[in-house]
Design a protein around this ligand. Structure first.
Ligand code: RIB
Ligand code: CA
Length: 310
């Protein structure tokens, strides 16, 4: 079976880390490269976290840094959830690997010049992807789809209206959702149902390898912070939804609909206005996840961890 070529674009971030781990062990996916954006923490920290993860998982993929700042708005981070380092909770060994010599947009361009039918998988703010589409629109011909974690049909998680990844750079999200490309949006409506509850922690703790160890230690901190901030008894594990949707198409149900990003800068700035009942009869520009098979979600996480031999 030919593997689906993907390029990750992330802001590790505890849930980004699990997404990278699942993508790396997925039998049907080939990671061409990993781009990094500021988001959960500053670019310096999300970049360092990405290198640590790539080294720990022994991946042989280029890691390239984005600009570190949104197209227009002021940068924002999320230390209260992901900690001072952006990936609190795991004692990585001395970092030896380095960044790719190109920046994120140039790496995306060069990979898309050499590969067709590539799926972009952003799990952070959409700045890198937007900058690529603005600077190199011709690369669209080699982009099969964009499978992103972000947005929400319902309420937000960092303002009443907006989800974090979108609010970090609404103008970038506007470029992506208006790109004409096949966009799959896995938003809070489904990811808030994938909670790292104590029974999930117990289940994954039965696996004894480095992937499960990383999962246990990172999720312990992720849960503690989410409990403090949101009162969640288990943190919603957002970002792996992108990879799981590629691993097993039966886990999520999508509905194609019109999605408009609020870039007005008011109280709904960064909102993904999802016209689920087609009130406005506007072009259906995104497939939005409207349901999740939570049991299968965790089965895919467990299988992904078990694929690591040591
Ligand atoms: O709103 C959840 C998203 O914001 C996730 O991607 C998480 O990592 C943060 O970036
Ligand atoms: Ca993320």
């Amino acid at each position: 079976m030919e593997k689906q070529k993907i390029i990750l674009d992330c802001d590790p971030g505890h849930d980004d880390a699990i997404a990278i781990m699942l993508a790396a062990s997925a039998p049907n996916l080939e990671i061409l490269g990993i781009c990094v954006e500021a988001g959960n923490q500053t670019l310096e920290k999300t970049g360092n976290n990405t290198l640590n993860l790539v080294q720990y998982l022994e991946l042989n993929v280029p890691v390239a840094l984005g600009s570190g700042k949104p197209l227009k708005r002021t940068p924002m981070t999320c230390a209260e959830i992901h900690g001072e380092t952006g990936l609190d909770g795991f004692p990585f060994s001395l970092l030896k690997i380095k960044y790719h010599q190109q920046n994120a947009v140039e790496l995306l361009k060069s990979l898309l010049d050499k590969n067709k039918d590539v799926t972009l998988v952003p799990t952070g703010p959409l700045t890198n992807i937007a900058e690529l589409l603005i600077k190199y629109p011709e690369t669209k011909k080699n982009i099969k789809s964009i499978v992103l974690m972000g947005g929400s049909i319902g309420y937000g998680n960092v303002s009443p209206a907006a989800e974090f990844n979108i609010l970090c750079d609404p103008e970038a999200a506007d470029v992506v959702f208006n790109s004409g490309l096949e966009v799959y949006m896995l938003g809070l409506d489904v990811t808030r149902k994938a909670l790292v509850l104590p029974k999930v922690m117990k289940r994954m703790a039965k696996i004894h390898n480095k992937a499960a160890d990383l999962f246990a230690r990172l999720m312990k901190v992720f849960n503690e912070n989410q409990l403090k901030i949101f009162g969640h008894s288990g943190a919603p594990l957002h970002d792996p939804a992108t990879i799981i949707s590629l691993l097993n198409p039966n886990v999520f149900k999508f509905q194609k609909m019109n999605v408009v990003i609020d870039t007005t800068g008011g109280p709904s700035y960064g909102r993904t206005n999802c016209d689920r009942f087609d009130y406005l009869h506007q072009p259906h520009n995104a497939y939005v996840a409207i349901d999740i098979d939570v049991k299968e979600y965790w089965n895919e996480v467990e299988k992904g961890l078990k694929r690591y031999s040591k």
